[in-house]
Design a protein around this ligand. Sequence first.
Ligand SMILES: NC(=O)c1ccc[n+]([C@@H]2O[C@H](COP(=O)([O-])OP(=O)(O)OC[C@H]3O[C@@H](n4cnc5c(N)ncnc54)[C@H](OP(=O)(O)O)[C@@H]3O)[C@@H](O)[C@H]2O)c1
Ligand SMILES: [Zn+2]
Length: 288
Amino acid sequence: MTSGTANANGECLGWAARDPSGILSPYKFSRRAVGSDDVSLDIAYCGVCYADVAWTRNKMGHSKYPLVPGHEIVGIVKQVASGYPKVTPELAAPLLCAGITVYTPMIRHNMNQPGKSFGVIGLGGLGHLAVKFGKAFRLKVTVFSTSVSKREEALTLLGADNFVVSTDEHQMKALCNSFDFILDTASGDISFDLYLSLLKTAGVLVLVGFPSEVKFSPGSLNLGAKSISRSVTGGTKQTQEMLDFCASNKIYPNIEVIPIQYANDALERMIKKDVKYRFVIDIANSLE
Ligand SMILES: NC(=O)c1ccc[n+]([C@@H]2O[C@H](COP(=O)([O-])OP(=O)(O)OC[C@H]3O[C@@H](n4cnc5c(N)ncnc54)[C@H](OP(=O)(O)O)[C@@H]3O)[C@@H](O)[C@H]2O)c1
Ligand SMILES: [Zn+2]
């Protein structure tokens, strides 16, 4: 997973999947010379995103092998093409995909109004950061999870106001028409009609997870003038704004630092929803 240091000849070492089994193993490759739009860096840390599960296992049908996954990267800039802004490397890897992916739609849909009710579906890498942003925006935050084992930490460690097991029909029905906003960060399929029914009039359901299909009854939107929207990651300017917001509000991801040799186990654990709440690979100290 993720290329480490390139030597003087531009040769890199990474961990690649060779086929849709998604199993990673060491892989040597070379890079082009640093061009006018390029930045060359020594990668120090790399967060593990569910998208890495999807790409290594060809879930979208366009993966090309060998495939070196990993995009939540932080490192030391070695070479910058002239005119390119310098990036300050920090131990902020999970903010650079998980963080910005949830922050962008939260700002776009004005989910930063204190006192509003906010539901987060799925407590993984994206979800746990959405809970933290929600609390920083002083929202009333409810976690919808399929894992009852995550209840205690959601309420204490992450500071959610409410935790609901989403398979519990009784609990779900009781929350009908009570949310201003719901953010779907689940890596699996959810019932859109059910979650739309939990929104108040003019409520918004935003999807950042990648369900296998988006299907709901038109009436679920009409009754109550509700909206459903999607969002993909975010831009450079908003990423800086998000990093500044995290620094001033002390929002940091809860991470489990692992060596590259644990990457295959980490991907398997993500498939089993066994993540608290982001794996970050210590590339600098384990890739050799
Ligand atoms: N839009 C974007 O730009 C963008 C960027 C990054 C990632 N993503 C996508 O966002 C999703 C989440 O990524 P992540 O890295 O946060 O994943 P993650 O850390 O693996 O967490 C995903 C969580 O979703 C829940 N979940 C898993 N399977 C489910 C199912 N069948 N039904 C309902 N809930 C389920 C689990 O939480 P509970 O145990 O609490 O149920 C799981 O821990 C993925 O689909 C990923 O591809 C999108
Ligand atoms: Zn990602």
